[in-house]
Design a protein around this ligand. Sequence first.
Ligand SMILES: [Zn+2]
Length: 135
Amino acid sequence: MSDSSFITIASFSFPHEAHIAQASLEAEGIPAFIADEHTINMQWLFSNALGGVRVRVPREFAEKAREILAQDYSQLLDEEFGKDDIHCQKCGSANVEPYTEGKKPAFLVFLLLGFPLFFYRHGVKCKDCGAFSKT
Ligand SMILES: [Zn+2]
């Protein structure tokens, strides 16, 4: 299969994000492939320098794939955060926003364990008291 018949339609910093995008595309009948995942897993700290984990599709599907990702991917993120049901675990406020902890803790985990387990932590941050709540 010629590599030139595929084009990159999205790139992500972490493999699991690319997998969500891939699942969204395949649910719509578009064959999607993840490029560079092996490289990222082995040398994930350099993912940004490499342009991240790329999602590629056959050229003829590119336009539709971009439309799907523009719609469904953001929808999946909203579902993941469950905006409507989340309250601050400290003060009970519903005035929270999606929050992802930075890369520095992940870097330490990587050094300790040798692989990036828990490198990406979702939760919400309370706008009233500033507390972080895991989702
Ligand atoms: Zn709070």
